[in-house]
Design a binder for this molecule. Structure first.
Ligand SMILES: C[S@@+](CC[C@H](N)C(=O)[O-])C[C@H]1O[C@@H](n2cnc3c(N)ncnc32)[C@H](O)[C@@H]1O
Length: 221
């Protein structure tokens, strides 16, 4: 129970746990899934922040495809934001617009970003992913907010995704399956091409399909 006997919100509980852990890496404890039967081979800072190996992957993806604009939904403590910003710093260009709905969590994320030395690459907004306005083509969308709104986020930003842009939906494992089902629905509608990485919490990687033909990203940038 939290202050005044109220139950602590999950985000606040994990935020306090993360503060106590002080950056220590733990074995991933997401339940085993058919596609990832040994999650303990991965590591994590906490159960909200993306798996450590996924953070490494995000940074490498940023240095590999050199996005000019990254949009992240759900910053939590800003850890994935900072890892992607590290990729941008190595690239020497680009920016991330990230949003965090919860004001208390957002303030903590801002502290982390300010202390990271990477603030110049990051614009963090205390706002909902379903309301933020971002200008310009999105080269990389990392959808990592509330499980039940990831599909809405992708649908909302899809028209703005650059022709060869990448869409990442975190937590797309077969358990609990909500994000995975959402990603498969978008694929079945012919909106995206989809790849499901067998990580503990699951990572869907997609590209927008064009009118040109299935699986063929639209041409011309
Ligand atoms: C899984 S955590 C994000 C973890 C973070 N991306 C990382 O890997 O370091 C999800 C966060 O999304 C936030 N959130 C939930 N709904 C949101 C919304 N509609 N807009 C923005 N943030 C939202 C929650 O408050 C929570 O902090």
């Amino acid at each position: 129970m939290g202050l005044f006997g109220r139950k602590l919100k999950q985000e606040h509980k994990v935020m306090l746990q993360a503060e106590r852990a002080a950056g220590e890496l733990l074995p991933e404890y997401h339940r085993a899934t058919p596609e990832c039967p040994q999650p303990g081979r991965w590591r994590m800072y906490d159960s909200m922040t993306a798996e450590f190996e996924v953070l490494e992957f995000l940074r490498t993806l940023v240095t590999t495809v050199k996005p000019r604009l990254i949009v992240e939904t759900g910053a939590f403590l800003g850890v994935s934001t900072v890892w992607m910003a590290e990729g941008l710093r190595r690239n020497g260009e680009g920016r991330i617009v990230s949003c965090e709905f919860d004001p208390v969590v957002c303030a903590k994320a801002q502290e982390k970003i300010s202390a990271s030395g990477l603030a110049e690459w990051i614009e963090l907004r205390n706002a909902s992913s379903l309301e933020i306005q971002v200008d310009g083509p999105i080269d990389l969308l990392f959808s990592d907010s509330d499980l039940d709104i990831r599909e809405q986020e992708v649908r909302r930003f899809l028209p703005q995704i650059a022709p060869y842009g990448l869409i990442l939906m975190h937590d797309a494992s077969s358990h609990p399956g909500r994000v995975r089902d959402a990603a498969k629905r978008l694929e079945a509608e012919g909106l995206i091409s989809l790849l499901l990485l067998p990580t503990p919490r699951g990572l869907a990687i997609a590209q927008k399909r064009s009118a040109a033909g299935p699986g063929e990203p639209a041409r011309a940038r």
